[in-house]
Design a binder for this molecule. Structure first.
Ligand code: GLC
Ligand code: CA
Length: 557
């Protein structure tokens, strides 16, 4: 397998708004990130993925960009950015930018022009269609509720927005649009950034016939309907030629709706498109079909089947990214582990073990390394995310869910769970800000915070450090091949990795029970060494009782 620095790296995602506020306005900023680079160095990560820091009216917290070459005022200035980039590089940390080019803000000068008239030079930068039978051109839904089409009186036409009304979709079939995007990317590469995380890149190429899709709970087809469209690979190959080939970058495509076969095209080892993709199938194991608003719990067998399919399916052909969390997902310890009292730290470490011992590039989302949990939001007023707020209104007004029921689902699945301020220490507002935070601080910061965990050897933070160190020291963690054992077990996730004569056995208990486990054939207790585990002893026996949320990594060489 070809070696690459980005296969051997661990990426840390920063959501700047919630990371560290340096000036007391309650909003995280670039100077705040600068202050905390040493913290990331201590954790041992190699790359920072920065969620968007560009100028934006913040309808979707920066994922609606009005100027790709300016910094959002609340986050600081371009000087602050340059200083942060230089400071990161001095420490050997790379910076990957969030590239949001499926859409812009409706306040971007291109769209301001585009909506003016049918013959405006920027008209074809976006996707305009006339009404069909007096209604929207098709039944596609926006990711954030309602139709994906908005009627615009000025020219008596609809424009497409797969996300909010303030995020009109760019028309990638227009070569001028593509050139604008490539110029902008080159501009950032000239500054010295190290790569791009590409927002919903699987959606950029739309089937120009705009066929209807299957309607979901709210009556509209999923925003994913156009995923993996007719020219997406052609456009990414063009981007590779016109931009990416100039530098040795890490590129990761956010590919909602991607299948294994499609992923092989996006992230094939031949390097013609991207380094790797984010797939989302394992984020759907606790969904109800295409509806994420449910409190259904996952069946571990589904999780194992999905992750194994990706581990095996891409091996030697393309490259996986590994993640439990990001700014769009709830906290993993609350979702797949157990965030109550005694099991919180154990299960956070277990989840980390399960993911970090797989093949692929691991992503750590800010606060995950502390085992930060979902937040106790009380009422709809506590939420800030437009996805959560819109879904609440739409689904309760349509009578799909009762208000209390919907609030329960939001507490479980809302993106705001991941967006509460990073918990630095036990001082007011978790040391995130000296002002009023833009979103509530999780009240558990007195127990769960970085300061306490950095000083404690058996903390979740120390455990992540150790996992990251193991990956750095042992090639098998990066390049070893994966094999699932016990696919039908409902409590244990057991797999092996092998590279040459070396082998690893990873045992993770996703339950509160203590199931019996027998070492698989060929694994003799006397020959095994314990690498890491989340219980403080080192028993290795032929037959073991695996304790609640236990994780254990054994090596044999
Ligand atoms: C991606 C982002 C998400 C954003 C959406 C629209 O899914 O991760 O936060 O809302 O795209 O840009
Ligand atoms: Ca600030």
């Amino acid at each position: 397998m070809e070696k690459k620095w980005w296969k051997e790296s661990v990426v840390y995602q920063i959501y700047p708004r919630s990371f560290k506020d340096s000036n007391g306005d309650g909003i995280g900023d670039l100077k705040g990130i600068l202050e905390k680079l040493d913290y990331l160095k201590e954790l041992g990560v190699d790359v920072i993925w920065l969620s968007p820091v560009y100028q934006s009216p913040n309808d979707d917290n920066g994922y609606d960009i009005s100027d790709y070459r300016a910094i959002m005022e609340e986050f600081g200035t371009m000087e602050d950015f340059d200083q942060m980039l230089a400071a990161a590089h001095e420490r050997g940390l790379k910076i990957v930018m969030d590239l949001v080019v499926n859409h812009t803000s409706d306040e971007h000068p291109w769209f301001v022009e585009s909506r003016k008239s049918k013959d405006n030079p920027y008209r074809d930068y976006y996707i305009w269609r006339p009404a069909k039978d007096g209604k929207e051109p098709n039944n596609w839904g926006s990711c954030f509720s309602g139709s994906a089409w908005l009627y615009d009186e000025t020219t008596d036409m609809y424009f497409l927005h797969l996300f909010s009304k303030k995020q009109p979709d760019l028309n990638w079939d227009n070569p001028k649009v593509r050139d604008e995007v490539y110029d902008m990317m080159n501009w950032w590469l000239d500054k010295g950034v190290d790569g791009f995380r590409m927002d919903v890149i699987s959606l950029i190429s739309k089937n120009q016939e705009f066929p209807d899709g299957t309607a979901g709970v709210n009556g509209y087809a999923s925003f994913n309907e156009p995923a993996n469209g007719p020219h997406v690979h052609e456009y990414l190959q063009e981007m590779r030629e016109k931009v990416l080939d100039r530098a040795d970058t890490l590129t990761v495509g956010e590919c909602s709706g991607v299948t294994l076969e499609e992923a092989k095209k996006y992230a094939r080892n031949d390097g013609k498109e991207l380094s790797m993709v984010f797939q989302f199938e394992h984020m759907d194991v606790d969904a109800d079909g295409t509806n994420k608003w449910t409190d259904k719990k996952m069946d571990l067998r589904d999780m194992k089947a999905v992750l194994t399919k990706w581990q095996k399916g891409l091996e030697g052909v393309a490259w996986n990214s590994l993640f439990w969390e990001n700014h769009d997902q709830p906290r993993s310890v609350s979702r797949f582990g157990n965030d109550s009292g005694e099991y919180r730290e154990l299960s956070a470490k277990m989840l980390a073990t399960c993911l970090h011992m797989m093949q692929g590039t691991p992503y750590v989302y800010q606060g995950e390394e502390l085992g930060m949990t979902n937040a106790p939001f009380q009422s709809i007023e506590d939420f800030r995310d437009l996805d959560s707020i819109n879904a609440y209104h739409e689904l309760t007004e349509q009578g799909v869910f009762e208000k209390e029921e919907m609030l329960r689902y939001l507490r479980r699945k809302s993106r705001d769970n991941a967006r509460t301020p990073f918990q630095w220490d036990s001082t007011p507002n978790a040391g995130f800000t000296e002002g009023e935070p833009w979103i509530m601080v999780n009240p558990n910061y007195k127990e769960i915070n970085a300061k306490e965990q950095m000083a404690r050897e058996d903390s979740v933070f120390s455990y992540y450090k150790e996992l990251i160190r193991l990956r750095k020291e042992h090639e098998i963690v990066v390049y070893g091949s994966y094999e699932l054992l016990l696919p039908e077990d409902k409590e244990l996730y057991v797999y092996t990795r092998s590279l040459g004569a070396e082998k690893l056995l990873i045992v993770c208990n996703f339950s509160e029970n203590s199931p019996e486990f027998f070492l698989p054939e060929g694994w003799e207790a006397e020959k095994l060494q314990r690498w890491i585990g989340n219980y403080p002893d080192d028993r290795i026996e032929k037959e073991m009782q695996i304790r609640p949320y236990e994780a254990l990594v054994l090596s044999m060489s």
